[in-house]
Design a protein around this ligand. Structure first.
Ligand code: GDP
Ligand code: ZN
Length: 454
């Protein structure tokens, strides 16, 4: 394969920029530019050497170059990483130099694609890398990290093995009916597929949290004018401990703002809209804003403790019925005029938090309530494998349907060779998650979503 090159650090960020090359010619191309104590081709693998980069006899800059020889590298090809002083200009200059000496500019995700094609990682690990690049909070990062480490793959592989044994058992039964044809009864299929189905379902249960961690929780702040929506927004943004800056190429809608509330990434939706139009209530009757509310995963409904509840407040509760809501009774520093009993009644069983945003009181409890909604019941456990990828979720759902159909068929006395079709399909669908039996086009499409240089 030809030698590819790309800038592998986020542009403009950090003091060091890295140009990474992978392929047969990586080291020889490096030697055309780099001069150190000895040529790169003579330095041991996995070492870093100091020297200068020069082009046409002119020194570009000082540099450290890491040399890693195949096969113990990310791509299983020879890799060199040229560390240069940051700044777009200098990193780009080095990239242009390696391109002019025979490297080809890598396509987005091509390094990871090579790692996959060379058998270094499987597809779900590759997707983990992609999620890692995009992850919004430390917790989301952990989920992605675990996927890179192969937790999901291992679980899927184990599941597949179980299904495969069932398939093999059925095959034997069909091909050699003269040998105890009754050994593999429908009961045995049922017995084997039931735990498989249960495990697929439990993976799907984590999918909601996984999606939230990966994409952020679409959150809408609603309330009458002047109750403190903008103040809430500001305090959430200021409290946020790790607002992950967007990496080039993953830029999101500018109307959204990310905050991290105890590991739950909130995507505050249409915040610009909330800032500018304070009359959200008036628009609540408008179909468009109803739709915006429907798309939200979480509603922060703000009330004013210093005023009695109004018809508008009650209309807001109606508008968000059935949704995840945290009710915030703000301005507790002022004389209370709101009927808290009524508030709790309207809130039904949803959390009600009292705050004085002006005096920064109650924000801890608010954060607690938000994270409690999404990490209840031990989800924080570090042992869980999250399924956070839309493609994986789709495949797991299909696998679940097939496994369920196989199990139901055994109850309806369907012939074993027909049930086998569902069992085999379950096995294939699970295989697609880790990239076994996946068509090339799908692979190309997946890897093209990566950042350049990864
Ligand atoms: P919005 O119209 O719902 O976005 O409300 P704002 O956040 O703009 O707040 C309206 C006014 O209420 C501003 O003057 C805020 O300073 C004030 N305010 C917000 N929170 C509190 C609070 O907890 N106590 C008091 N006394 N005033 C508050
Ligand atoms: Zn990107």
């Amino acid at each position: 394969m030809d030698t590819i090159a790309a800038i592998s650090t986020a542009l403009g960020e950090g003091a060091i920029g890295i140009v990474r090359l992978s392929g047969d010619q990586a080291i020889s191309i490096g030697d055309k530019l780099f001069s150190g104590a000895k040529p790169l081709k003579e330095v041991p693998s996995h070492t870093i050497v100091y020297g200068h980069l020069a082009e046409d006899g002119e020194v570009i800059e000082e540099s450290m170059v890491t040399v890693m020889r195949a096969p113990k590298t990310y791509t299983r090809e020879d890799i060199i990483e040229i560390n240069c002083h940051g700044g777009l200009v200098s990193v780009n200059r080095v990239l242009q130099a390696v391109l002019s000496h025979g490297a080809r500019l890598a396509e987005p995700g091509e390094f990871t694609k090579r790692a996959f094609l060379n058998g270094r990682i499987d597809l779900s690990q590759a997707e983990g890398v992609m999620d890692l690049i995009r992850s919004k909070t430390d917790r989301a990062m952990n989920v992605a990290m675990r996927q890179v480490e192969g937790r999901l793959s291992n679980q899927i592989k184990r599941l597949r093995q179980e299904v495969l044994e069932t398939v093999a058992a059925i095959e034997v039964n069909i091909d050699y009916p003269e040998y105890d044809a009754e050994t593999i009864t429908q009961d045995i299929i049922k017995e084997k597929m039931t735990p498989v189905l249960a495990e697929v379902e439990s993976l799907l249960v984590t999918a909601k949290q996984g999606k939230v961690l990966r994409e952020g929780l679409a959150t809408a702040i609603i309330g009458r004018p002047n109750v403190g929506k903008s103040s809430l927004m500001n305090s959430l943004v200021h409290e946020a401990k790790a607002i992950v800056t967007d990496i080039p190429g993953t830029t999101r809608d500018t109307l959204e703002e990310y905050v991290n509330v105890r590991g739950v990434p909130l995507r505050l939706v249409d915040t610009a809209g909330i800032r500018e139009t304070e009359d959200i209530v008036e628009k609540i009757g408008v179909e468009r804003s109803r739709q915006a509310l429907k798309d939200a995963d979480l509603i922060l409904l703000v009330l004013n403790s210093a005023e009695p509840l109004t018809i508008e407040d009650e209309a807001l509760f109606d508008a968000v019925s059935g949704m995840d809501v945290v009710v915030i009774v703000n301005k507790t520093d002022q004389k209370k005029r709101i009927d808290m009993e009524k508030v709790h009644q309207l809130a039904a069983n949803r959390p009600v938090v009292t705050t004085s945003l002006l005096f920064e009181e109650g924000i801890d409890q608010l954060e607690e309530a938000i994270s409690g909604l999404f990490f209840d019941g031990g989800i924080e456990s570090h042992d869980l494998t999250y399924v956070s990828n839309a493609r994986h979720i789709g495949l797991l759902n299909q696998a679940k349907t097939r496994a369920l159909e196989a199990i139901e068929a055994t109850d309806m006395d369907v012939p074993v060779d027909l049930i086998q079709i569902d069992v085999t399909r379950t096995w294939e669908l699970l295989g697609e998650i880790i990239g076994e039996d996946v068509q090339d086009s799908l692979i190309d499409q997946l890897f093209s979503q990566f950042c350049l240089g990864k």
